[in-house]
Design a protein around this ligand. Structure first.
Ligand SMILES: [Fe+2]
Ligand SMILES: [Fe+2]
Length: 124
C-alpha cells in the first residue's frame, strides 16, 4: 500500500518478532509486558493510518477490512492473558500458529488487495 504502509508492515512484524524472541528467551514479565504494549499501540496506529488511506480512496471493502483489523487487534489485546494462562511454551506455539500467521495472511492478501485497488483500480 502506498504512503509508507510497506514500512509500517515491516515495523509491525519486527515488533512481533521481538515479542516472540522475548518470550522464547524467557525474559522477565516486565520486559515482555513492555513488548506487548508496543505491539498493541503500533497495531492501533497502523490500522488507523491504513483505514485512513482506504477512506481517502473510497475503498469499497473498508467495512469488511475494519472487521478483520478488529480481529487482529483482539489477538494482540489477548497476549498478556494468553501468556499467563498458557505459559511460555504453549504461548509460543499458539502465537506462531495464529496471530503471526494471521497477520502475514492479512498483509499478503487483504492489504495487497486494497493496495491494488488504490494503485490501479480507481477510475481516472
Ligand atoms: Fe489491513
Ligand atoms: Fe496493514
Amino acid at each position: 500500500m502506498k504512503s509508507g504502509m510497506h514500512e509500517q508492515h515491516q515495523q509491525l512484524l519486527n515488533k512481533l518478532y521481538k515479542l516472540r524472541d522475548g518470550v522464547k528467551e524467557a525474559r522477565g514479565l516486565h520486559d515482555i509486558s513492555a513488548l506487548i504494549e508496543d505491539v498493541i499501540s503500533y497495531t492501533r496506529y497502523h490500522m488507523v493510518s491504513e483505514e485512513q488511506v482506504m477512506r481517502e480512496h473510497h475503498y469499497p471493502q473498508l467495512a469488511w477490512h475494519q472487521e478483520r483489523h478488529e480481529e487482529l487487534l483482539n489477538d494482540a489485546l489477548s497476549f498478556k492473558n494468553k501468556l499467563e494462562y498458557l505459559g511460555e511454551a504453549e504461548f509460543l506455539a499458539w502465537f506462531n500458529r495464529w496471530p503471526l500467521a494471521r497477520l502475514h495472511t492479512h498483509i499478503e492478501l487483504a492489504d495487497k488487495q486494497a493496495e491494488d485497488y488504490i494503485t490501479h483500480g480507481k477510475p481516472k
